[in-house]
Design a protein around this ligand. Structure first.
Ligand code: NAD
Length: 309
């Protein structure tokens, strides 16, 4: 399969690297020139607990250089989706599928502004990856991890075809009708751990061990559960909380990516996480004051970086 990875950072490099290793024609497209140069010169070094290896995908800063592709995998941060979509329109034809595995809610709606829904696949992955520097990633997920995908329109055969290619590459993938349910479950995790670990500068374990933070996590989760339930998903509070605590125990030592974003004074994906809960809450008529406050606090941090050492 001919595949373009748009946004070849931590996750794009993980998926793109494994897909390249299993024999697909993979193009890495990224605006980060130094990373693209490193991949062109030395390939992509993929490090992990089971050993390191190097893959040699094609790499470019201009999507048009790749020419028409069968599959686009969008792995930019949500606030770059619009700009990224603008840059890929001339490598898409009638049979191209565009897959987003980005976190949170809202990316499908942005992609839909550019292409017909029938081209779009969306999904959720429990795999994780860290970018160590130009041309180098660390595959940080413990265990196997799973990716679920679904067509936004009716092209189930596209989803199955992509799933087959992913499984051949060792990316354990299933096609399901329940991706949105999985996305909401992951949203519970990200809206609590990403946001509050970032605001407080704590690891996941430090946050959940702090008795004083419990009421915050409870209130945030209650709101997400209420909004998800009103939107038709099966996410009663007790299940959402159980899931949050289970993931928290597994990820005790982890500093979520928003902690690193805040540390490096970068824009965060808050609009696609707690911000998306607030938007959906408004649609469903469910108040979300705690999530709204979390958004305000992160946005205040983002807009006052220049005052901080
Ligand atoms: P990242 O910052 O490592 O990578 C994003 C890449 O996109 C960067 O290399 C950046 O240069 C590039 N980019 C920005 N604008 C671009 C454009 N217009 N065209 C092409 N490239 C562009 O981010 P990441 O951690 O890989 O996360 C990507 C998405 O996956 C996010 O939605 C994130 O929430 C989600 N996610 C991340 C993880 C993880 O473990 N890192 C796990 C699951 C999901």
């Amino acid at each position: 399969m001919k595949i373009a990875i748009i946004g070849a950072g931590a996750m794009g490099s993980l998926f793109g690297g494994l897909l390249c290793k299993s024999g697909n024609e993979v193009w890495f497209v990224d605006v980060w020139q130094e990373h693209i140069n490193a991949i062109k010169e030395r390939g992509l070094k993929m490090c992990g607990d089971k050993g390191d290896f190097v893959v040699t995908p094609r790499a470019t800063t201009k999507a048009s250089e790749a020419g028409r592709v069968d599959l686009i995998i969008l792995f930019v941060k949500g606030f770059h989706t619009e700009e990224a979509m603008q840059s890929v329109l001339d490598i898409i034809d009638e049979n191209t599928a565009v897959l987003t595995l980005q976190n949170g809610l809202g990316n499908v709606e942005i992609i839909e502004k550019f292409i017909d829904r029938k081209h779009i696949l969306f999904g959720m992955t429990t795999l994780t990856s860290d970018l160590e520097g130009p041309g180098k990633i660390f595959m940080s997920f413990a265990g196997e991890g799973e990716t679920t995908i679904q067509p936004a329109g009716e092209r189930w055969e596209d989803a199955q075809c992509v799933s087959d290619v992913f499984n051949k590459a060792g990316l354990c993938t299933v096609v399901t009708e329940n991706v949105k349910q999985h996305i909401w479950e992951k949203l519970v995790v990200n809206c609590n751990y990403n946001t509050y670990c970032a605001l407080l500068g704590l690891s996941v374990g430090q946050l959940i061990d702090c008795y004083a933070s419990r009421s915050l996590l409870v209130a945030t989760t209650e709101e997400i559960s209420a909004v998800a339930s009103a939107a038709g998903f099966n996410l009663p509070y007790y299940r959402a909380w159980e899931h949050l605590m289970e993931v928290g125990e597994e990820a005790r030592a982890h500093y979520p990516s928003m902690v690193i974003d805040i540390r490096h004074k970068r824009q965060t994906e808050i609009d696609f996480l707690n911000g998306a809960v607030v938007r959906e809450g408004k649609k469903q008529g469910i108040p979300t004051p705690v999530n709204e406050t979390a958004v305000t606090l992160i946005k205040t941090l983002e807009s006052t970086y220049h005052h901080r050492k």
